[in-house]
Design a protein around this ligand. Structure first.
Ligand code: PDD
Length: 283
């Protein structure tokens, strides 16, 4: 595998970062995951806009020139890793760079950020997309800036491990009695034909796939309600689904053992799956 690290293309096993990198020491950085379909990056611009917002939010200096170079780097990685056909993902991470002494406050502003990008093949989980998953709820123990896609992912890691341990298929995180999102995806529910999701807020990441869902809903005339869903209300939904770059649109057929709707993927989820697939294949 060929990767990109700080201006160089190199093989993954040769690429290494400093032990004083602030990404390693403080989790001080942001990331993006971009879907690649037949060599094309899906909604690249939206990911880069969110990346810029994250860098600004954390105060990591990154010039327009540095940003403009990323497109070409990602194109090269797609070619070098033979992703011109089929499914893949790009992982992009920018940290505040390597600095000593270890101080929590920012290092001098001329400290170069660490930029790492890799491209890998991706295999969608077709079984769960087809049959739906049995989700669990966990407390949302994250901070109050979940709108920034930072590499500080320990609560997400713990939630994912709980899912694995309990052999579940999806996690809904609960803050103050409301479903916020998943650990790597957003949550939607359908009530009487209306699609509902948590509004844009510091408590969720505004997903690129979530925006695609809004687009399809508009096109299909599905009403949309932007309001938090109570944990006990979601059990009464006709449909529940998770959306994300590596999740696509995954139906949820039960939550904490309570059946959702008819206990199988519903018509809205199927419509959205079709709309997303069409866009990924044609854009
Ligand atoms: N996760 N919410 C959280 C907490 C996420 O980490 C993600 C993405 C999403 C969905 O966003 P998008 O549709 O832009 O992928 C929502 C990435 C894929 C990950 O951590 O692997």
């Amino acid at each position: 595998m060929q990767v990109y690290l700080n201006g160089q293309f190199t093989s993954r096993d040769k690429a290494s970062v400093s032990i004083i990198d602030r990404g390693f020491v403080f989790g001080d950085g942001i990331y993006e995951v971009i879907r690649v379909v037949d060599g094309r990056m899906f909604r690249l611009e939206a990911h880069l806009v969110r990346m810029d917002r994250g860098l600004k939010g954390l105060g990591i200096p990154f010039t327009a020139q540095q940003r403009n170079e990323l497109d070409g780097v990602m194109e090269t990685l797609i070619e070098e890793n033979n992703l011109q056909k089929g499914e893949g993902t790009i992982y992009l991470q920018i940290t505040r760079g390597a600095a000593l002494p270890r101080t929590h406050a920012f290092p001098p502003s001329d400290t170069p950020p660490t930029v790492m990008i890799m491209a890998s093949p991706f295999v969608p989980d077709t079984e769960i997309l087809e049959k739906g998953g049995h989700a669990i709820t966990v407390p949302d123990i994250r901070w109050s800036r979940c709108d920034l896609k930072t590499v500080n992912l320990l609560p997400n890691v713990m939630a994912a491990q709980e899912e694995k341990k309990r052999n579940a298929g999806g996690v809904l995180m609960i803050r103050d009695g409301f479903v916020t999102e998943g650990y790597k995806n957003n949550v939607f529910a359908v009530f009487d034909g209306t699609l509902q999701t948590y509004p844009d807020s510091p408590y969720i990441l505004s997903g690129i796939t979530r925006d695609v869902v809004f687009e399809i809903a508009k096109e299909e005339g599905i009403p949309l309600k932007m309001a938090p869903i109570e944990e006990k209300e979601i059990l009464k939904a006709d449909e529940v689904m998770l959306t994300g770059t590596i999740t696509d649109i995954q139906p949820v057929v039960s939550v904490d053992g309570h059946r959702i709707g008819m206990g199988r993927p519903g018509p809205v989820a199927r419509l959205l799956q079709k709309g997303l697939r069409h866009r990924m294949d044609s854009e």
